[in-house]
Ligand binder design. Structure first.
Ligand code: AHG
Ligand code: MN
Ligand code: MN
Length: 338
């Protein structure tokens, strides 16, 4: 009897992609499998967060002086553990660890990739049942295979990413990842515990109607950013408007929506945070890579995000990201001379 089966699991998809590269070692699929496994474990905890004693503060601050939630720690441990015990990752850096971690066992030292991640994005939303996520970024290491990874492996510009992705733990749980070949989304089927291809070859619409920004910060933005936002508030139909403002406060969810529907997301510099809030390595770079592969653009207001050479692991950057036409329309979305 012929069995009709049209849905690819994450594993099947990555292995099938691999067949297009005769010299591929399968390490990237292994790494994505490890990330998928950690995501499933985090998903279970997020879904029972109200029941388990896991809501609330962990009673400490992270390296960036932010309150750490219990679920931040849980997610950090799951992603760290899955990548450490897997055999496809030579080292990691996480928003929640002070410094990068080099995996010193033989299998890890022989791996060609390193991974940076924000284990739980939007964690201030956990206690009120709003979607949170995970963001990850994969680079080929600069140091030789067999050696222990070094700081420079983690300070590469975003343009060198091999893959990047995110998971939204939302009304359904979805894992989206990009390589240079494209962006694909996999929804978790809880009945079989597998991520299944649900959003093949995602393209960001060139034009959208949504803009996403924390308006509470409006008077702390530079004037040119304020003017840029004002245009979205007074646009008439002839000018492409009216626009809709949407801001969840988890960039994973905000950018996921804008990626599918078309729109622009921004976290500009403010008077009290002149470098912005978002972290270049854990938040801006992975999304800049994903959105660019999908046809959109990402800048820090002056320069393309992916071209910024990071000076330190936890550095922050302003971010403007989204649909290509919307980004190109204003100087803030284009690369300009300072
Ligand atoms: P994290 O939970 O990892 O610290 O990140 C939260 C980030 C981002 O996801 C979100 O877009 C932004 O912070 C929201 O910041 P505001 O509350 O300042 O708008
Ligand atoms: Mn975050
Ligand atoms: Mn976080």
């Amino acid at each position: 009897m012929a069995i009709s089966r049209k849905v690819y699991t994450l594993d099947e998809f990555t292995i099938q992609q691999l067949r297009n590269f005769p010299h591929a070692t399968g390490e990237l699929s292994g790494l994505l499998r490890d990330i998928g496994l950690a995501a499933k474990r985090v998903n279970v905890e997020v879904n029972k967060a109200g029941l388990a004693d896991i809501l609330g503060e962990a009673g400490m601050m992270n390296v960036q002086g932010e309150e750490v939630k219990k679920l931040d720690l849980f997610a950090n441990n799951q992603f760290t553990g899955a990548l450490q015990h897997g055999i496809s990752c030579a080292g990691i850096a996480s928003e929640e660890w002070d410094d990068f971690i080099a995996f010193e066992d033989e299998a890890s030292r022989q791996s060609k990739y390193i991974c940076l991640f924000d284990p739980l994005d939007g964690s201030s939303n956990i206690d009120v049942n709003v979607s949170v996520g995970t963001i990850f970024s994969v680079y080929r290491r600069l140091t030789a295979k067999g050696a222990v990874v070094e700081p420079d492996d983690f300070l590469q510009p975003g343009i060198r990413q091999v893959a990047a992705g995110y998971i939204v733990y939302g009304s359904s749980t979805i894992l989206v990842y990009a390589t240079r070949r494209g962006v694909n989304g996999f929804t978790l089927d809880p009945s079989i515990g597998e991520f299944c291809l649900s959003h093949p070859d995602i393209k960001c619409p060139a034009q959208g109607k949504i803009y996403s920004v924390n308006h509470g910060n409006f008077y702390r933005f530079e004037e040119r950013v304020q003017n840029f936002i004002k245009k979205y508030q007074c646009n008439t139909a002839q000018e492409g408007g009216p626009y809709t403002q949407r801001y969840i406060g988890s960039m994973v969810s905000d950018i996921h929506r804008n990626l599918l529907k078309g729109g622009i997301f921004m976290y500009p510099a403010t008077t009290d945070m002149p470098q912005g809030k978002l972290r270049l390595q854990y938040e801006c770079n992975p999304f800049a890579f994903i959105v660019e592969v999908a046809g959109g653009l990402a800048t820090n207001g002056y320069k393309r995000i992916l071209d910024i050479a990071p000076a330190s692991l936890h550095q922050r950057s302003p971010l403007f990201i989204g649909s290509s036409n919307m980004m190109e329309e204003w100087e803030i979305g284009r690369q300009i001379q300072q």
